[in-house]
Design a protein around this ligand. Sequence first.
Ligand SMILES: [Mg+2]
Length: 260
Amino acid sequence: MDAELDGLLFDLDGVLVTGGEPLPGVVEMLRGLLDARFPFRILSNTTLVPRRLIVERFRAYGVPLTVEMILTPPAAAARWLRQQGARAVALFVAPPTREEFEGLPLLEEEAEEGADYVVVGDMGDGWNARTLNRAFRLLMNGARLVALGMGRYWKAPDGLRLDTGAYATALAYASGQEPIVIGKPAPEFFKLALDALGLPPERVAMVGDDVISDVGAAQKVGMKGILVQTGKFRPEDLHRGVKPDLVLPDVTHVPVISGQ
Ligand SMILES: [Mg+2]
């Protein structure tokens, strides 16, 4: 990769943190970027926790991030739903994430009809046949399906887990609806991040552990894609039809950071 970078986008899980804890060297790296006023954003598909909590966790390690530096599908979706004039939104997200949707009209907890949008995120263990069927019935009763990202799986402390895309695809298949995707790998989500940085795509690199949703999707909008061998990375990822601009052992090796 010969081009110089003016900005960076970092994936969160598997790149900066694992199980909510920073990976080795990440705290020092982020402090260094903040001190140098190097432009970056965290572009995460997480729907398990609100941005406020991510910021609090980093602040506990002495990294003064702000909520504006973190872009997540729930925050972007809430803005989009407001623009659409949503009347009754059914949320399928982890309970702590509900605060990102504050102020929107929400459908009552157990209702199976009357929603205009069904918002599907990662509910973790909250997904079961009952919750999936409730989402399905709402869709069959006229709601539009909104997916908070289309990630296939991610690496939790106890092993690989199904991500939002797997649940959204099940609901799309059964209901016959194409999901409206807000999050990676949708190009619009990367463009939001570029707008936030105020930089053209060719001057920015996305650093991720998902060769498809982070690296390939960023390259599609004209950015550089850097794959790190942490998180859910597996050697087979190098043969999945995406050619990363760089493959690095971990995020602290990104050239602009290590001075290489
Ligand atoms: Mg990741």
